[in-house]
Design a protein around this ligand. Structure first.
Ligand SMILES: Nc1nc2c(ncn2[C@@H]2O[C@H](COP(=O)(O)OP(=O)(O)OP(=O)(O)O)[C@@H](O)[C@H]2O)c(=O)[nH]1
Ligand SMILES: [Mg+2]
Ligand SMILES: [Zn+2]
Length: 359
């Protein structure tokens, strides 16, 4: 297996140097299910578990290996298995808040270069949801591309595309149709050898259908993870990495019913660049553009230049982030720091299991 095809490069190699010296192999996590992993390394793909030491050290679920991570693996002698000894620092990641828990982040995927934010151009279309996803992508450091699917179901695509271009900042906006294949060539242009992309979006927008288009004839993934699959699903139930025929990798994700933001202060500015630019003209540097005097953002709103929907969306997301951030700070102040012991799974492949009494 050529790791370059999986996105390995000289930067990763230098980050890996101490592990290389320790005799470990680099591998990429392509599947994760409750501390049971599938990794792909120079020897191909194999199941892997994390060491008890790593489980001790990583108190937060978000620290544990996730799909997309590069890890240092020790092969288990005589077995087609690996032990994950270390996780390399992530270049990018997608995080969201765990629903219901004020204080916990969930890592959706790591080390992706491009994030396709997919939305359907049918009656589920919701520009505010696109803005929400864009905040998450910007915060995580990856490049967002807005994909408007189901072109065939839209009577007036041009005006809808214009609306989305008006809120997407620097992100490309690509109208496509998974059903007919129209526009999917433009998606392919975003990909290439060594590039990792991911589809995100609510359920039913057509992420898996677009993936099938990109895979062309090769509907079966070459990285065979089926042996560890659950059977009989209609929608995507977990994240899988698919190598594309022309190079690059793409990760499909299950549809999210809702996306609650985790911290995203820079992400907010990046997703609302025109508001960030206007804000430079406010009297107060930390202006929230809510009720402060001499606010350039509200002046633009009142002059009818900044669209009201855009302003309201910004305020809604900003307030949401304030709540998450202050809850997290509060927990850190109390010393909890949102830390929660990682549950032990009675999984025989998880490194012997009982090295850490649960009392
Ligand atoms: N008319 C039309 N239907 C589409 C298009 N793309 C996908 N669909 C249909 O939309 C439905 C959902 O498509 P999926 O690809 O499963 O959607 P998904 O985003 O992967 O959904 P989850 O896995 O649940 O998150 C299926 O019935 C598809 O056939 C399109 O371009 N046009
Ligand atoms: Mg799907
Ligand atoms: Zn202001």
């Amino acid at each position: 297996m050529d790791l370059g095809e999986l996105g390995w490069n000289t930067d990763w190699e230098s980050a890996f140097a101490p592990h290389r010296a320790a005799g470990l192999d680099p591998a990429r996590v392509v599947h994760e299910d409750k501390l049971a992993y599938v990794v792909v390394g120079p020897w191909g793909d194999r199941p892997a578990a994390i060491t008890g030491r790593l489980r001790h050290r990583f108190r937060l679920d978000s620290d544990l290996p996730k799909v997309g991570d590069w890890v240092a693996v020790a092969p288990v002698p005589g077995e087609n298995k690996g032990l994950i000894q270390e996780v390399l620092p992530r270049r990018t990641r997608l995080l969201r808040k765990v629903t219901g828990r004020v204080n916990e982040a969930q890592v959706l995927v790591t080390n992706v270069d491009v994030v396709f934010v997919v939305q359907a151009m049918d009656d589920t279309f919701n520009p505010r949801r696109i803005e929400r996803f864009l905040v998450m992508v910007h915060e995580g450091g990856a490049r967002p591309v807005v994909v408007l699917n189901k072109l065939d179901l839209c009577a007036r695509p041009d005006s809808l595309v214009r609306t989305v271009r008006g809120l997407a900042g620097d992100a490309l906006v690509l109208p496509v149709c998974a059903k007919t294949g129209k526009g999917t060539g433009l998606l392919r242009e975003q990909l290439g050898p060594g590039i990792t992309a991911v589809f995100v979006g609510t359920s039913g927008v057509g992420k898996s259908s677009l993936l099938n288009r990109l895979m062309g004839e090769k509907v079966e993934p070459t990285i065979e993870v089926r042996e560890w699959d659950r059977k009989g699903r209609h929608t995507t139930a977990w994240r899988e990495i698919h190598p594309l025929p022309d190079g690059g990798l793409i990760i499909d994700t299950p549809g999210m019913r809702e996306l609650q933001l985790w911290t995203a202060e820079d992400g907010l500015d990046d997703a609302f660049p025109e508001i960030a630019a206007l804000g430079l003209g406010c009297r107060f540097r930390d202006c929230t553009h809510a009720a402060e005097p001499d606010c350039a953002v509200r002046a633009s709103l009142e002059a009818g230049k900044l669209p009201k929907g855009r302003y309201e969306s910004f305020q809604k997301l900003r307030k949401e982030l304030v709540v998450v951030t202050s809850a997290r700070r509060e927990a850190e102040r109390k010393g909890g720091g949102g830390r929660r012991p990682i549950p032990r799974f009675d999984d025989p492949s998880a490194d012997g299991g009982d090295d850490e009494g649960n009392g």
